[in-house]
Design a binder for this molecule. Structure first.
Ligand code: BTN
Length: 286
């Protein structure tokens, strides 16, 4: 009980009986996940700095051998893109990373983050979140412009045309507005959209299934196989947006992606720019 209180779980003391949970609490089930993915090394932590960092620091022997999945109930140093913090309260959301071996050179992984975004969007669709849910290039999943999920991909280069990718995914599952008040950007969660408490184990299993299916297709057929799906999921197409990256900020109209997954942006001057990375946001109409 003390431990749950420390993790911020809301408890009520009932006279003469002890404590009662004030909200549902289903913890992650390592055995269930291992059973579904017997070939994978599965790590589940109560608390960790970051699931991505954990997989990055795995011993070389373990890294080379297998597919590894790491999940945590809480992250103390959850990382987002552009060195942002990823808010990771205990037992509320999904904090998941996968160490995935590719028989591809690093240079062939362009478009991977888009494929991961599509696998997440597909999973949300499987749980009934269809309308108003879009992918915001390259890696955000938004519902009515509020962030529902994001991914952080880190690539470990190797010799002989192979490499590993650490695919880190955060999905807001049961976090309510009040619980995420420290988050600076607009966000939502599956529970807020569907008005029901969600068992994160079910979401994890479906997410991993979809992710592996999409990654295998990406490995065999490349990004080309996902172009139609991307068009349907693309929440920016035709919209006036701002793109920020490390050295510039650009405004323009989003025109979809090229075959490498780079964003096509038509600037005010009428030039078509191709952007390999960046942070996108819709521009408010004047
Ligand atoms: C973003 O939208 O900026 C990316 C967020 C990625 C968060 C996930 S949570 C699991 C994994 N571990 C981390 O430290 N980050 C990713």
């Amino acid at each position: 009980m003390q431990k749950l209180l420390q993790y911020g779980v809301k408890l009520d003391s009932v006279k003469g009986k002890g404590y009662a949970l004030l909200e549902p609490l289903v913890l992650l089930d390592q055995h269930k996940i291992k059973k579904h993915f017997p070939k994978a090394e599965v790590f589940v932590f109560e608390k960790i700095d970051s699931t991505n960092t954990y997989l990055k620091n795995l011993k070389p022997g373990l890294k080379q051998k297998t597919l590894a999945i790491c999940l945590a109930e809480q992250q103390t140093k959850g990382r987002g893109r552009f060195d942002r913090e990823w808010f990771s309260p205990f037992a509320k959301n999904i904090y998941l990373s996968c160490l995935y071996p590719f028989q591809k050179d690093v240079s062939e992984l362009s478009g991977l983050s888009l494929v991961v975004s599509l696998a997440i969007a597909r999973t949300l669709e499987d749980f009934g979140i269809t309308k108003k849910c879009f992918v915001k290039w390259p890696n955000d999943i938004v519902y009515e412009q509020q962030k529902l999920s994001g991914s952080l991909i880190e690539v470990l280069a190797e010799t002989h045309g192979a490499c590993h990718a650490i695919i880190g995914i955060g999905v807001n599952v049961n976090m309510l507005q009040e619980e995420g008040r420290l988050i600076s950007q607009a966000f939502t969660s599956m529970q807020q959209i569907l008005s029901v408490y969600i068992d994160r184990n079910k979401v994890c299993l479906r997410l991993l299934e979809n992710l592996f299916t999409y990654l295998q297709r990406f490995e065999l057929q490349g990004l080309n196989a996902f172009m139609e799906e991307w068009k349907k999921a693309d929440g920016l197409f035709g919209k006036v947006i701002t793109v920020r990256n490390f050295n510039e900020t650009l405004d323009g109209q989003a025109m979809g992606i090229n075959e490498q997954g780079h964003l096509l942006l038509k600037t005010k001057a009428g030039n078509l720019r191709t952007l390999a990375s960046g942070d996108t946001s819709l521009r408010a109409r004047p």
